[in-house]
Design a protein around this ligand. Structure first.
Ligand SMILES: [Zn+2]
Length: 744
């Protein structure tokens, strides 16, 4: 046999190199004129001996794109994998035309093969490494190992591996790295920002993964990510750019294409997923939803994800399911990355039946045999829903995706929808405070009296518009004027409203659920699936209602949970009071957030006109005290209440009932002397305002012992803290806070 030419992926050299090999090892497959053979370093494509390949570009029948795609696919999915037409076209556009390319294709289509193949081809041409921006750490870890399978050397710089950065950048300088993955928050890091121009100068290909995140029409818009993308898109026309997403409707697709530039080539395919069996189970109460999940886990095969809308809900539902005997874990953005990685790995090897997660788990999480996906509460848009259920069943013939909509969903959507919109009045305050000189976050908080969380959110929005920038630990104006784009925000609000309407219609199940999602994503070929609960009239798992025993177990669980209130420890900086607070002891709440045990009782109570507390709420509070007394140290001697402008009868009925049942004295010690301050004030301003309006009643005698202090709702904790401080100054030896509802 004559010498033939093969392309070999070499780890320590640039991507693929052409080598002549005499008598290669036995050829295992024959694919349309190409042979694949396993060599020590992985799979190699070998031109059939009848085709004289001296250099790939000299052979008109075979494109570079095709060769590299076949190599990458063979390495990742085995030699039987064949490139799709659009994959080849996308790689060719990147490699041969240095084009800007947008790929919108369903999960599992093989978007990553496009950028691994393009990287492989460009490296073989001597181009620099590929720079991939990726919005999630979970995704980046999966991508590093996927790149290795494709024969490429990849590394990542992100917030969890600062110590590795120098080594990574040395590898780039010595050209041994094929792929660098970065997370969007890196742009805020001065060290990374300094290195970025040099990095961009040597980059061979820029990839923006999960590109719907850079469109403010997308369901998962991320300002950090858009800022990084903007910088990367400023790269010269000679460098190809690829953006990919599985979840973009026409509007989002057009927006991303616009950002990429006028010559963008878009590859868009059908988004239907034939392995997914979609279902909606409407009309369940909060407790029934918990019970439904419990029943479902006992009958569903394999492992899956249970999505909840809030962090509190993930913890609570996971705790209930563990109590039912299932191996489950809660997963959310508040956990540190090592914990999350451990949970991802455990789910991947099916050591967990399910992970109860917020949307923090999803995009790009790679578990091809994920068997089910249950949503407890509905995401805010069909696109978000499609994105999350898209994780399931990628390598299975059958996977179940069930939505259990909740009546509180719309409030949660509304909260997240308005959280991202800047309020011109507050922005004006921030700009005025930054006018003279850069300010620390604390100084800004005190100068503007805007609550910390909201302040940080606004600064982020202003940073994307390049109105402000970080200078070390301080914030400063850039000189770019801020213009409130009322039309843009109004249009965005309309889009959110339309999406909410679509989600309502989806939950109502008036037509095939898969067709509905396809239409919502502007899929060019929507069709009835014949598999969903609307097409078949059948519901998976426990069906329309969970078992009575499991529902009772959920009720007992939810009402038996201790909700702890952590006392405030320090007075806010910048106020008149300083240092440690010796006011409150640890407290208790009857319910936290959308507590399934109490949502049905408390929701109407707070929304209706003021009146005395109903019997179940009083009994629940007595239950809380019954559990609390085992570890509260010294028994309270009296009950007092935080005066309430909104719910005076409610609070008084609770205080009197607990005083009677506990045989405690009732002290009406505190009064309001003016309107209560805005809950959105920054801490120092709020404490100052509370001290103006909250006072001891003249002549009141507070007993010298522990006092139980009742309030209706608890959020920042400052009202309770100021009230407790007053009681302590008047002689109480301890103050034990007890509230009906703690808000997140
Ligand atoms: Zn259907």
């Amino acid at each position: 046999m004559a010498a033939i030419f093969v392309a070999l992926p070499y780890r320590r050299h640039r991507g693929l190199r052409w080598h002549s090999v005499v008598n290669p090892s036995p050829i295992s497959r024959h694919l349309s004129g190409w042979h694949f053979t396993r060599l020590k370093s992985g799979w190699a494509a070998i031109a059939a001996p009848t085709v004289a390949v001296h250099h790939p570009t000299h052979n008109p029948g075979v494109s570079i794109a095709d060769i590299h795609l076949r190599l990458v696919l063979a390495a990742m999915a085995g030699p039987a994998a064949t490139p799709r037409e659009d994959q080849t076209a996308a790689v060719a556009a990147l490699v041969e035309q240095q084009a800007r390319v947008l790929v919108v294709q369903a999960t599992g289509w093989g978007k990553s093969a496009v950028y691994w193949a393009a990287t492989s081809a460009l490296r073989a041409q001597g181009k620099g490494p590929t720079l991939i921006v990726s919005p999630l750490l979970a995704l980046m870890r999966d991508q590093v190992s996927a790149a290795a399978r494709a024969g490429l050397r990849a590394a990542t710089v992100n917030s969890t591996n600062l110590a590795d950065w120098d080594a990574v950048f040395e590898d780039i300088a010595s050209d041994v790295l094929d792929v660098l993955l970065v997370s969007p928050e890196r742009l805020g890091n001065a060290g990374f920002a300094r290195r970025l121009p040099g990095l961009l100068a040597s980059t061979g290909l820029v990839v923006i993964d999960e590109a719907h995140c850079i469109s403010d029409w997308g369901f998962d818009f991320r300002p950090d990510y858009q800022r990084l993308a903007k910088t990367l898109l400023g790269i010269g026309a000679a460098t190809p750019v690829l953006a990919t997403t599985a979840t973009a409707n026409s509007r989002v697709t057009q927006d991303i294409a616009r950002q990429l530039g006028p010559q963008t080539q878009t590859f868009r395919g059908s988004l239907a997923r034939s392995s997914l069996r979609l279902a909606v189970v409407p009309g369940l109460s909060a407790l029934q939803r918990y019970a439904w999940v419990g029943d479902a886990l006992s009958v569903f095969e394999g492992s899956g994800i249970v999505y909840a809308l809030t962090v509190a809900e993930t913890e609570r539902l996971a705790s209930f399911l563990r109590g039912c005997g299932f191996e489950v874990a809660a997963y959310h953005g508040g956990q540190d990355s090592a914990v999350r990685q451990g949970i991802e790995d455990a789910l991947r090897r099916n050591a967990l039946k399910a992970v109860v997660a917020t949307s923090a788990l999803g995009m790009g999480y790679d578990k091809p045999d994920l068997a089910f996906c249950i949503h407890v509460g509905s995401p805010a848009s069909p696109v978000a829903y499609y994105q999350q259920v898209g994780r399931a069943g990628r390598a299975l013939d059958d996977a179940v995706a069930v939505l259990l909509p909740a009546e509180t969903d719309e409030q949660i959507w509304a909260y997240f929808a308005t959280a991202g919109v800047p309020d011109p009045q507050r922005v004006g305050k921030i700009i005025a405070a930054l006018g003279p000189a850069p300010q620390s976050l604390l100084a800004l908080e005190n100068a503007t009296t805007i609550r910390r969380g909201r302040l940080e959110g606004l600064l982020k929005i202003l940073a994307v518009d390049e109105v402000v920038q970080r200078q070390g630990t301080a914030w400063a104006l850039t000189g770019t004027p801020w213009i409130f784009d009322a039309a843009r925000w109004r249009a965005l609000a309309e889009v959110r409203e339309r999406e909410a309407g679509l989600m309502r219609a989806f939950a109502a199940g008036r037509g095939c659920l898969m067709r509905f999602l396809q239409q919502a994503l502007d899929d060019p070929e929507p069709a009835d699936c014949g598999r969903c609960s609307v097409c078949t009239g059948r519901l998976p798992g426990p069906g329309a209602r969970p078992g009575a025993a499991r529902t009772e177990a959920a009720r007992v669980f939810a009402r038996g949970q201790d909700v702890l209130i952590e006392p405030r420890k320090l007075w806010p900086s910048g106020g008149t009071r300083k240092g440690r607070i010796a006011a409150c002891s640890e407290g208790r709440a009857l319910a936290f957030a959308d507590d399934p045990g109490w949502a049905d009782a408390l929701g109407p109570l707070f929304n209706a006109p003021d009146g005395p507390a109903p019997a179940p709420v009083l009994e629940g509070l007595v239950g809380v005290l019954g559990r609390w007394r085992r570890n509260w140290g010294e028994r309270p001697v009296a009950v007092a209440m935080v005066p309430s402008a909104l719910h005076p009868q409610l609070i008084e009925s609770v205080a009197l009932h607990l005083a009677t049942v506990g045989r405690l004295s009732w002290v009406d010690a505190l009064q309001l002397t003016g309107p209560t301050p805005d809950a959105d004030l920054a801490s120092a301003a709020r404490v100052a305002a509370l001290r103006q309006v909250l006072a001891l009643r003249p002549g009141v005698v507070v007993p010298a012992g522990p006092v139980l202090l009742i309030d209706a709702r608890y959020r920042s904790g400052w009202t309770m803290t100021v009230a407790a401080a007053l009681l302590r100054e008047a002689g109480a030896t301890a103050v034990l806070p007890l509230v009906l509802h703690q808000r997140p």
